[in-house]
Ligand binder design. Sequence first.
Ligand code: AMP
Length: 426
Amino acid sequence: MLFSELGLKAEIQRAVADQGYDTPTPIQQQAIPAVLAGHDLMATAQTGTGKTAGFTLPILHLLASGPNDRLTRVSKTPRVLVLTPTRELAIQVEESVRTYGKHLPINSLAVFGGVGINPQIANLRRGVDILVATPGRLLDHVQQRTVDLSAIEIFVLDEADRMLDMGFIRDIRKVIALLPKKRQNLMFSATFSPEIRELASGLLHQPVSVDVAPRNTAAELVTQKVIETNREQKKDLLEHLFQTRGLHQVLVFARTKHGADALAKRLDKSGIKAAAIHGDKSQGARTRALSDFKDGKLVALVATDIAARGIDIDALPYVINYELPNMPEDYVHRIGRTGRAGMEGEAISLVCHDERGNLKDIEKLIKRSIERVVVPGFEPSATAAPRPVQPPRQPRSGQPAGRPQGRNAAAKPGGPAQHRSGSRHR
Ligand code: AMP
């Protein structure tokens, strides 16, 4: 199938071709016709499957055509609302809207917490067709009456599972209550848990189901390996891997912000260009690190789980789990960052004695065992005493500790200013 067969407006097809894409990904093949036909949608798909274009393209088409054409109207209250769990994802979704809508007279805007609210208010006043928002900041705008959601025709809930993990469920329900009853709803989630099912049943009306990521199955194209070692040797082992394997564009996961910083510094010191991104970095610093990483100026980007969500990089070849995540689902999200859009990828996890339980949980979730390898010189010692390194597991539905971009953090005013705050086009 080709994009030209999907019946999208010529302006949109041109923008897709400008990106060099001619074949829609499986989720796009299924989602685009369903959305164009006006159906509600429940899509189980991870980042990396092309899901963003899967909803952005048909939405742009619907806005720009049909009897509802209000593109020339004077007062522009938003017609489409996309809710995302993180500011990074909000920025990237809005960037996609701009990329695919560049030949159409459609305005978009991303609003998120941690940056000044006033530029966002000014942009909202100027008129927006497609509003991409994190829940906390959107509700701040609602409270200040600087956004009007009464004309929303299409509502998208992106990464719904992550929204629930971050404790956004009440905010989501508040937002939904503010929307017109008659609207089209699209919901995306990497997993299909009972909580997601419940949310979907209250939100979606006779949805078309699209499932390109069977429940909790790790990406098929990713080669997964576990290197068993000792905690004390992990830093040296990581350095060794970089030096001996000629790795490039490696996304390294650390569990804590402090750990990410320390690791990036250590790599950088040993001549492996690295930077860290996490919730305490200013938006400017994160954007800069990401763009240096994309441009190949950085060999490694060390990230926490939250900061890595929504990072949009084509065909990331390597993911290294310097430490395993607390939640096994996060492992699936992490390795989903490689092996994207048909390219092969490799996910290497450095696992010490204390993390064996986490590894077991992960293997149970992905329903396969991961190949163990030992690197000579870094073998785990048989006598290594287990030491608890993980805080107690958090319930998935609550607001887990260390999730800096939850409701409260997102709404905190006076965070670091950054140039993309409330970015809009045209
Ligand atoms: P997403 O799952 O939306 O995060 O998209 C993953 C990546 O795939 C993004 O970098 C997109 O630009 C890219 N992409 C989206 N659609 C296609 C396509 N049809 N062919 C190739 N790459 C695509």
